[in-house]
Design a protein around this ligand. Structure first.
Ligand code: GN1
Ligand code: MG
Length: 369
């Protein structure tokens, strides 16, 4: 479906952006929202902003969504200022309110937009080979966890209900199988078998929450590598972006999702699954960085469960791709018809490899606890 044209200038006026609009670039990152980098000329000074169209099919309540994000970014800004870190303004996103005071704007097409200041002199990564950089990613997400350790999670809205409730995701897969809306069921028998064989795993963490064994924390819930901005000069992860799913969650979710995405030797949508594996050196690099900044904030049980977290987040993502494939690709953006199936297969191959390497993952984790 072609996108309806949108009026950048009109939208930016709502956010009181000064200067003359001189150009934009669409950023093809992320499966949910649409992102544009904008350039303005304000009295001969180049000013850059990021304009994002919020996917309101996924985030049905922009009020809740933006209230979470503004609260969390303000908290991080305040903590960084208290800690006297360098350049606190580059260490979290700064969103603009629009004329009515809300942090989002519905344009005449009914599309919902938000705008924040572009963080300059940084880069993002979609894949990683250097252990050092991945270790920096670990410290950045560990630090994110740390900075939010004293944030009152009860004030946050659940932007997507049961987001990492793996047992609910499993039920959603079973529903997708029953309904077979896309008519693709016969082509995914092996993937379904793989998913169903692991049902017991889907209850482990949610049962521990119910039994009060694991603390609910404020977590990011989408800790893909490409949600970190790395500084051009120091190569350190300085700013965590894509805060849509910040809400109460488990530390293992954030740790696990990072491993799922960053310690895979292949891309999330690699068609040749023989290229998929868990890189133990990358796993170790991340654990080292992550625990260097988050260790003191975590309980022993949380630390012990980190390797399982990596496996269950990978499995969960795999069943979400599979369910979306069966539902007819209604959730994740896809570039071609088999895209969700390809993604599901990489995730399941990675789960299998993690199962084979689980003892080594546990040994590595213990070294840094
Ligand atoms: C989505 O939008 P993006 O690409 O950052 C998804 C995550 C998945 C991820 C898989 C709100 O994240 O949960 O892990 O794709 N975000 C949402 O790549 O569903
Ligand atoms: Mg993202």
């Amino acid at each position: 479906m072609a996108n309806k044209p949108f009026d950048i200038v009109e939208i930016c006026e709502q956010f009181s952006i000064k200067g003359v609009f001189t150009g934009y670039e669409k950023i093809n990152n992320g499966h949910i929202n649409s992102t544009y980098n904008l350039i303005f000329d304000e009295d001969n000074v180049v000013k850059k902003y990021v304009l994002q169209k919020i996917n309101t099919n996924v985030f049905k309540n922009p009020d809740y969504l933006m209230s979470n994000i503004v609260a969390v970014t303000e908290h991080i800004r305040k903590k960084n200022a208290e800690n006297n870190v360098d350049c606190p303004e580059r260490r979290t996103l700064s969103f603009f309110p629009c004329l009515d005071g809300k942090y989002y704007y519905y344009d005449k097409n009914g599309d919902c937009w938000r705008l924040y200041i572009f963080v300059d002199d940084v880069y993002t990564l979609n894949s990683i080979e250097s252990e050092d950089v991945f270790s920096n990613a670990g410290s950045a997400f560990g630090e994110f966890q740390n900075l939010l350790a004293d944030f009152d999670g009860s004030s946050l809205f659940e932007t997507i209900e049961n987001f990492h409730h793996t047992a609910c995701r499993f039920e959603a897969l079973k529903k997708a199988i029953e309904e077979n809306k896309s008519g693709r069921l016969n082509t995914v028998k092996d993937e379904i078998e793989f998913a169903l064989e692991r049902e017991a795993d889907t209850h482990v963490l949610v049962d521990m929450i119910a039994e009060g064994k694991l603390p609910l924390r404020v977590t990011h819930n989408d800790t893909k590598l490409n949600n970190i901005l790395f500084d051009n000069i120091t190569n350190k992860g300085i700013c965590i972006i894509d805060l849509d799913t910040v809400m109460p969650g488990l530390s293992m979710y954030d740790f696990g999702d990072s491993i799922r995405f960053g310690a895979n030797t292949a891309a999330e949508d690699e068609k040749d699954v023989s290229k998929v594996s868990l890189s133990l050196p990358l796993y170790e690099a991340y654990v080292k960085g992550y625990l260097s900044s988050a260790k003191d904030a975590l309980t022993d049980l949380e630390k012990e469960l980190l390797p399982f977290g990596a496996k269950i987040m990978t499995y969960e993502c795999g069943i979400r791709f599979l369910a979306d494939y069966l539902n007819g690709d209604v959730y994740f953006k896809t570039a071609y018809p088999e895209h969700n199936l390809v993604r599901c297969r990489t995730q399941f191959a990675l789960v299998k490899d993690m199962e084979d390497k689980m003892e080594q993952m546990k040994e590595i984790t213990k070294k840094y606890c």
